[in-house]
Design a protein around this ligand. Sequence first.
Ligand SMILES: [Zn+2]
Length: 392
Amino acid sequence: MYKLRLLFIFLLPAVLSAQSYKKLHQRAVVVDTHNDFPNQSIEKNVSFDQHLKGITHSDLKRMKEGGVDVQVFSIWSDGTFEAGKGFARANRQIDSLYAWTNRNPSAMMITKTVADLKKAVRQKKLAVMMGVEGGHMIEDSLSYLDRLFERGVRYMTLTWNNSTSWASSAQDETRNAVPNGKKGLTAFGAQIVKRMNELGMIVDLSHVGEQTFWDAINITSKPVITSHSCVHQLCPVFRNLKDDQIKAIAKNGGVIHLNFFSGFLDSTFSKRNTAFLLAHKQERDSLKAINPEPHFTEEYLFAKYPEEVKSLRPPLTLLLDHLDYIVKLVGVDHVGLGSDFDGISSAPQQLDDVTGFPLITKALYEKGYSKKDIGKILGNNFLRVFRANSSK
Ligand SMILES: [Zn+2]
């Protein structure tokens, strides 16, 4: 009996802690600002309301399991979808989101306003939001921008890796290959940022070059976000945020949503990943002949060698390191989560798919973050920015 009681006393804190973080996660409004499922669904010919475990990072059932309340789906296409193609490609993905939502009205709800978002959360439906990732999809047209807003798009990432005619990307700026030789926003780019402010479409500064970042943050009259970016000081890759950028976002009242991609979190990942790919060079070359897209070969090899791939993944604590860094630099009001699930080939250990979100809450809880602060990180910070952008 004594032994039993002793065992109980030892186990009690662990049991309580498990209950607490689960309850905390359940009660919080959990927002993920970046998920690439709409494009993934085209490439893999699958639907969000299917069971896709082992095929994708996300589906409706697993998102529920992960306790995600609000998902901003990325409407993405690469730079080959330019004039005459980008807007149609964006609408095709938006059509899919509407179709899945219409088929599952008791589980999903298209969310255009803060009131919609609250209603969806209250009714325990997934709040479906949209962000266009890549300004090339408006095809240099302000009326296309307006039409995307009407359909529900609530942020636009000014550029993806490719620059537009009006904004230079981080990839192009760092490689010194900016179209027209000019970094930053053009006069038309400034007009687009202003139009987004008027509409209530959040300016997303993930992927943009540093000059575009500074131009946009000086022009915007509303708080901005980065929907999926990490800390340059901890992992110096071309599109992570430098300290002065993090401080500027905080000053603007904005939020940095952290990307879960191993290569943006762990500065050693790229080197180790290259070594893995080199070890399978022969196979990779024959795959390239079938489909030259790098993500095709990577995905194939990743699926084929799961044990090797697992060892490439950084620990979950590294994601928390990026989070802590931002909190220490500018406070807890300016950080959130933007997983990039279904757009990334590797995430930290344990974050296998969208069901992993509660583990982040657990880690935050164990680190001693208060209930209020955890609520901010999980979603209330995003809500603040969404509300500020919606007000006239
Ligand atoms: Zn991206």
